[in-house]
Design a protein around this ligand. Structure first.
Ligand SMILES: [Zn+2]
Length: 379
């Protein structure tokens, strides 16, 4: 066990170099060409560090997804990560890859290229040190996580159904390295309201304002929020109208819904989907839906967390904690099918923010945590 920890500490510099290799290649979710190039680079690292069978799933719209399968066994452990980042093409110019003290900066290092690197080295350590395993390990890398996983969902579900456990390389929840054992569900909806245009000065009585209607609907939607239950509805974007002297015929809104309790899904979602106009002559069109269901902390999830906690204490001298995350991830999808532990990736700060960075000295530590957890769950 200590061997694994020591081995990974020796690999620290190499880990930073691999991170540099895949961070210097941008991979915005919508830029297939760039994501594929970055994916090819990552596959080269897979080949360099891991002995397994690599499979690439060609995608027409987003980047190709890929997986590597290691070892043998009837049961499998799934390690899940995504290669895409929220950062648009050209971000490296303002936010270059760089090292300052114990921190490494760059687009996507925290969410989640650092986690991918730690994953590779964790498995590399297990293979190099010939740690016996009864289960096989599948490492799946997807490319549309940051935009809702519409293309990778089937693949993620298929692998999750075939797995006894799923370990997700999303960033740690806090700088102390907290893991994520529950996540809020996430929904995204769009509203389109159509009313009746009219001149606001000459014949305003002939108009029906879509903006006025939207205002009413926004109040109604925000009132669906129930902080105690962990449910929030937020209209974050609105558009509408044509000119100040025109009764607006059109108005649009985009909203974000977060739900902690599955029962709240049944309360809130039908209300949003079934929005009714407050008077005749208006129509409301609702599109969108739930992109990720809530991930509940089940007793099975708690059990894996306790294993991780024990490993962290015994071999890494760490007090590991867990918590709820308000954000969704692909772990929310896999948790519907197999016990899932999330937030096992890099320790750092600034996901989706300009100060995005990870802590270099934590890379071998987190990699060792993952390796020891895979070893424990795999036997
Ligand atoms: Zn992520």
């Amino acid at each position: 066990m200590i061997e694994i920890v020591d081995y990974l500490h020796e690999k620290r510099e190499e880990m930073v170099q691999v991170l540099k290799g895949i961070t210097k290649m941008e991979s915005p979710s919508y830029e297939k060409h760039l994501v594929d190039k970055c994916g090819e680079k990552l596959i080269l690292f897979f080949k360099q560090y891991l002995d397994g069978h690599i499979e690439v799933f060609e995608e027409s719209v987003f980047g190709n997804q890929f997986r590597i399968e290691l070892g043998e066994g009837e049961e499998q452990i799934l390690i899940l990560g995504h290669l895409d980042t929220v950062w648009p093409k050209g971000t490296l110019k303002q936010m270059p890859f760089g090292i300052v003290g114990d921190k490494v900066f760059g687009p996507g290092v925290f969410d989640m290229k650092g986690g991918l690197v730690q994953g590779i080295f964790a498995l590399h350590a297990l293979q190099t040190l010939q740690v016996p395993m009864k289960k096989k390990v599948v490492f799946l890398v997807t490319t549309d996580e940051e935009i809702g996983s519409s293309h990778s969902r089937k693949l993620i579900e298929k692998e999750a159904k075939a797995s006894s456990y799923v370990l997700v390389l999303e960033p740690a929840a806090t700088i102390k390295g907290n893991l994520k054992t529950a996540r809020k569900g996430v929904g995204a909806f769009q509203l389109k309201i159509t009313g009746q245009a009219a001149h606001a000065g000459i014949e305003p009585e002939k108009g029906i304002s879509a903006i006025q209607e939207l205002a009413k609907q926004i109040l109604y939607l925000h009132d669906l929020t129930d902080f105690q239950k962990g449910t929030t509805v937020n209209v974050g974007i609105i558009h509408g109208g044509m000119a100040t002297n025109v009764i607006a015929a059109n108005a649009e809104a985009e909203l974000d819904v977060r739900i902690r309790q599955p029962e709240e899904l049944k309360r809130v979602i039908p209300l949003i989907e079934g929005l009714k106009p407050s008077q005749e002559g208006l129509s409301i069109e609702v599109s969108g839906g739930v992109t990720r269901p809530p991930m509940e902390k089940t007793s099975e999830i708690e059990a894996i967390f306790f294993k991780a906690k024990e490993i962290a204490k015994t071999y890494l001298g760490l007090e590991l904690e867990d918590q709820l995350s308000g954000g969704g991830s692909d772990g929310s999808i896999t948790a519907q099918y197999a016990p899932t532990l999330d937030g096992l990736g890099a320790v750092g700060d600034g996901a989706h923010a300009e100060h995005e960075h990870i802590i270099i000295s934590q890379m071998p530590v987190r990699s060792a945590l993952l390796a020891l957890l895979v070893k424990e769950l795999g036997n």
